[in-house]
Design a protein. Structure first.
Length: 324
């Protein structure tokens, strides 16, 4: 009987390992996709510059017998060069209005590798190649206990246990919510409409309350218990990791009150709606992720209609705040 139980446990662990490997492969593929998009944009900009330069050279050659024509062409070339530099520098922003920038791997105390080990977590720090690996927190650091299986009043956390087949079990608290159960990040009594558009980052939604600027300074709250895994001040951006590897990302906030590593509770204020960073008008940019891969926004088990791949402009219904 014990042998049969051991075999079943090994099969379960093998299945978990395969799922983790698939998730890791998915994250790596998504990061390579983003790097490829940036490379394509840069190549297009370079091609435009080459064509413009060739046309200008041909014009100078044709007008070489006319001094006035040469001066005029030089002025045109200088203006064209400045225009290309400005457009080229912002080309990625033009194609992806919300790039959701982050820090380099070294800035989050990580190391770029082909894949992360069992004592490491994959971070969203940027790498030229590979993935960013940071030391994984131990189960004890998260206030948990390493066990064969977690009980009903416990959450399984992604933390290091000495025995590889054990799970890190942390006592469940009020506010430990799965993504479908997430609460809207707004104050009770206020409603916000979400929208997306062509070129918006996948599944992202921009929330506003009424006319432009009305919601400037409105508080933003955590949708569930979690831990801050990335704070990027230039974009007013905070990423919070929740139970099960799910993450919520909010951007363009001012007066951000949390920092990397901070533990946050459901409905704890994390910032205020503003126009910080790559933004055109005050709003809250919201995104949900699973193991670093974007997924559809969902509040109180209701998937948000505007949270889709940005193939067309979409507007969703009003979302009512629930935080006191």
């Amino acid at each position: 009987m014990d042998q049969q139980d051991n075999q079943q446990e090994e099969q379960k662990q093998s299945s978990v390992d395969r799922i983790n490997n698939l998730a890791r492969s998915g994250r790596t593929a998504y990061k390579r996709y983003k790097r490829t998009r940036r490379a394509i944009t840069a190549a297009r900009t370079a091609f435009t510059a080459v064509r413009a330069g060739a046309a200008a050279a041909q014009g100078i050659f044709a007008a070489s017998s006319n001094p006035v024509g040469v001066v005029v062409l030089i002025i045109i070339i200088m203006s064209l060069t400045l225009f290309i530099v400005l457009i080229g520098g912002g080309s990625t922003t033009a194609n992806t209005p919300h790039p959701e920038p982050g820090r380099t791997c070294s800035e989050v105390n990580g190391t770029c590798k082909d894949s992360c080990g069992v004592t490491e977590d994959e971070s969203n720090g940027s790498c030229t190649t590979g993935v960013c690996c940071v030391p994984k927190k131990t189960c004890q650091e998260l206030g948990g206990t390493c066990k064969t299986n977690c009980g009903d009043p416990e959450n399984e956390e992604n933390a290091f246990c000495t025995v590889s087949t054990y799970k890190c079990c942390v006592p469940k608290e009020v506010g430990d919510l799965l993504p479908g159960e997430f609460k809207p990040p707004f104050r009770r009594g206020f409603s916000y409409q979400g929208s997306s558009y062509v070129g918006h980052s996948a599944y992202s939604v921009d929330f506003n309350r009424g006319a432009p600027g009305v919601d400037d300074g409105d508080p933003v709250f955590a949708s569930a218990n979690g831990r801050v895994v990335d704070y990027y001040p230039p974009n007013g951006q905070v990423t919070i990791r929740h139970v099960g590897g799910y993450e919520t990302l909010y951007a363009h906030m001012k007066n951000v009150s949390v920092r990397d590593g901070d533990t946050v509770k459901l409905c704890q204020q994390i910032g205020e709606i503003d126009n910080v960073g790559d933004s055109q008008g005050s709003h809250l940019h919201a995104r949900h992720l699973l193991n670093g891969i974007p997924i559809r926004l969902s509040y109180n088990n209701n998937p948000y209609p505007a949270s889709l791949n940005p193939s067309q402009k979409r507007a969703g219904p009003l979302v009512k705040g629930e935080c006191p």
